[in-house]
Design a protein around this ligand. Structure first.
Ligand SMILES: Nc1ncnc2c1ncn2[C@@H]1O[C@H](COP(=O)(O)OP(=O)(O)OP(=O)(O)O)[C@@H](O)[C@H]1O
Length: 284
């Protein structure tokens, strides 16, 4: 059975001529509808075409977006590990270079000591001084000391001074032997003045013990000559000082004494040595 709309009009004759204008209108509408359908389908097909094109593109993009970070990550990871390896190689090179330089320096020091007849014992003994100006470049020695050495006519350090000064300045204990008149006093007074830096009213900060009064007096004179230009309180423990001084009020950076006078001052005169940081023993 026909289910189209035409069966509704069965048995009816239609005067097409009479309603020609209406017919024409319907025809136009149908055509425009058809056209519309066509265009919508065109648009749809175009849309679907665009979609078809865009979806793979998106997929491609997504794919590339996914793949890129992975690639990038790999590259990043490998470059980082390469960097670390390069750094390690660099540090290894630096260490071996540093070791080589250390060995070269040790060889140079050994030759220099041999030349100046310097004998050392102990490990990692600091390099001997080449000249007095090295005191400034290596240890930041104040200009007044170098000036005083020049004024006193000390052009070059003596062998004991070359080796003892760097050892004491590196904070190590030093036991040194050298012939009479070889400049032992300067060898320990110079680092003492450098360590004390400036005058202070805090109490005795350094003690020099000499076996005899004469040697104590001589050492005090040498000390004062070297400290010229700086207001260090340098005191010689004379018999008068040990008997009458009020040690609690005495301004003294460096105290030079014989062992017995020092012992007497500590026991009977309440000499406080709790702040002293440097001790020098001369000719013991
Ligand atoms: N680098 C130097 N160059 C020239 N002369 C120096 C130098 N160092 C110290 N002197 C001088 O050498 C002399 C002896 O110095 P010093 O008294 O310190 O020797 P010493 O080894 O302590 O002698 P001693 O064993 O008799 O005490 C002093 O007059 C001092 O000024």
């Amino acid at each position: 059975m026909e289910k189209g709309p035409s069966f509704l009009f069965s048995g009816i004759t239609f005067n097409k001529k009479r309603f020609a204008s209406d017919f024409a209108r319907f025809k136009e509408k149908k055509e425009s509808d058809d056209l519309l359908n066509d265009t919508s389908s065109l648009v749809e097909s175009q849309n679907s075409e665009i979609e078809e094109r865009t979806v793979p593109a998106k997929k491609r993009k997504r794919k590339s977006m996914v793949s890129e970070p992975v690639e990038g990550f790999n590259v990043f990871k490998s470059s980082k590990s390469e960097d670390v390896m390069e750094e390690n190689v660099q540090t290894e090179n630096d260490v071996s270079q540093g070791k080589k330089e250390l060995y070269r320096q040790m060889e140079r020091d050994a030759l220099f000591r041999k030349k100046h007849n310097i004998h050392t014992s102990g490990s990692n003994v600091p390099s001997p001084l080449q000249n007095f100006t090295e005191l400034k470049s290596r240890y930041g020695c104040k200009q007044y000391l170098l000036r005083n050495f020049a004024e006193l006519g000390y052009k070059e350090p003596t062998p004991i001074q070359r080796q003892a000064i760097p050892v004491i300045l590196s904070g190590r204990e030093c036991f040194a032997c050298a012939p009479t008149g070889s400049g032992k006093t300067l060898a320990f007074v110079c680092p003492m003045l450098m360590k004390l830096k400036h005058a202070s009213k805090d109490g005795v900060r350094a003690v020099i013990l000499c076996p005899t009064r004469e040697l104590a007096a001589q050492t005090a004179r040498e000390c004062k000559k070297m400290a010229k230009g700086k207001k260090f309180y340098i005191k010689l423990m004379t018999s008068q000082l040990v008997r009458s001084a009020d040690f609690s009020k005495l301004h003294c950076d460096i105290l030079i004494s014989t062992p017995l006078r020092l012992q007497f001052a500590i026991r009977k005169r309440k000499l406080d040595l709790s702040r002293y940081v440097f001790e020098g023993l001369s000719n013991h």
